[in-house]
Write a protein of this length. Structure first.
Length: 355
């Protein structure tokens, strides 16, 4: 009976013991927090993270800051994570320490004289009208360009258009923003840029120019032919200065017959009221009966000089045309037409007056 009682009691004991185990598990279950919802999960990562690691099961993704994870609220007793401003400050301090004392990096030179200021020579030549930059590079390759008296052999040389003297084939290049024109002035046009009396003047032919131009010398109102317009003050001054003796050539229509020694008399000098006037060259171009077309070249620029010389010699001028001013010739340019001088012509003008 004891044995059976003990068996029953043992059975009860086992049953009670199993119940106690379930109670303990339930007790443990009640003491442990229930599984949090996703929005309540904590992600203890960063400088202030708990050494015990993450509290809920998002795994490594949570520790690494999974995309879309909720922000961890700050808790009392724990240091807040570093702000972005503090992080940037520390990064800046590290970079400053890393690069402190290092020398500035120098860029490699692409051509001799790269550290100099100024513009590339081929660009200056192209702007002056010598063709494309490639065409100007070919001029340099052919050793046809010189700067300040020295032939340039390397590409990319830099020059200062304001101070450096650039030449192509021995002729000076107008490297600055200069303009040069030749006008075939008609008869009746006044040799001024403006006329207060309202007469037709040189300025009427360049009204559409942005840069102010001025005329080089003068022509009588009734005299036709070449007159130069430019904004290069020094060139204009030298072209009209007696020191440089730039020659001008005229065609004059006179009525003969003329003596054979007329040319000699003009070259020897004709006495005028303001002194002697001498021609550099004289020749008969054409004769039709008593009508003569003669060519007179001289370097003086006094007022009405050709008309006064021929009139004093006994041959008043019916019509006078200036066909050349230094190296600039009239050619087939029509009356009243304005044309821009070529680079070669500008170079020849400058050579005439040592520019």
């Amino acid at each position: 009976m004891r044995s059976s009682g003990s068996g029953k009691s043992g059975g009860r004991g086992n049953h009670r013991g199993a119940g106690n185990n379930r109670d303990q598990k339930q007790g443990q279950g009640q003491g442990r927090p229930s599984k949090p919802r996703p929005e309540e999960r904590r992600y203890d990562v960063g400088p202030g993270a708990s050494p015990e690691g993450p509290k809920s099961g998002r795994g490594g993704a949570a520790r690494g800051g999974a995309k879309g994870g909720p922000k961890k609220p700050q808790q009392r007793g724990r240091s807040a994570p570093a702000t972005s401003r503090e992080y940037e400050t520390r990064a800046e301090e590290r970079n400053r320490e890393r690069y402190a004392g290092k020398k500035d990096v120098k860029l490699p030179k692409t051509f001799p004289g790269a550290e100099q200021e100024g513009e590339r020579l081929q660009k200056v030549l192209a702007r002056a009208g010598y063709g494309s930059r490639r065409a100007c590079e070919e001029l340099i390759e052919q050793a046809r360009v010189e700067v300040n008296g020295e032939i340039v052999l390397e590409q990319g040389k830099r020059v200062d258009p304001e101070t450096d003297e650039v030449k192509v084939d021995g002729l000076t290049v107008a490297t600055q923003s200069y303009q040069f024109f030749s006008l075939n002035k008609p008869a009746g046009v006044v040799s001024t840029m403006e006329d207060p009396e309202g007469r037709q003047c040189l300025g009427d032919y360049v009204t559409n120019r942005e840069t102010r131009l001025f005329h080089v010398g003068r022509l009588d109102t009734e005299t036709e032919g070449v007159i130069l317009l430019t904004n290069h003050g020094e060139l204009a001054h030298r072209l009209t200065h007696p020191k440089y003796g730039v020659k001008k050539t005229y065609l004059a229509h006179i009525v003969g017959p003329i003596p054979r020694d007329l040319g000699k008399r003009l070259k020897d000098g004709i006495q005028l009221e303001d002194g002697y006037a001498r021609a550099d060259h004289f020749r008969v171009v054409e004769q039709t009966g008593k009508n003569y077309l003669v060519e007179v070249t001289l370097h003086e620029g006094r007022k009405h000089i050709v008309r006064r010389m021929l009139a004093e010699a006994g041959f008043p001028v019916d019509k006078l045309v200036r066909v050349a001013f230094g190296p600039i010739t009239l050619g087939d340019q029509k009356s009243g037409w304005l044309r821009r001088l070529s680079n070669t012509e500008v170079g020849m003008l400058m050579k005439e007056v040592d520019l």
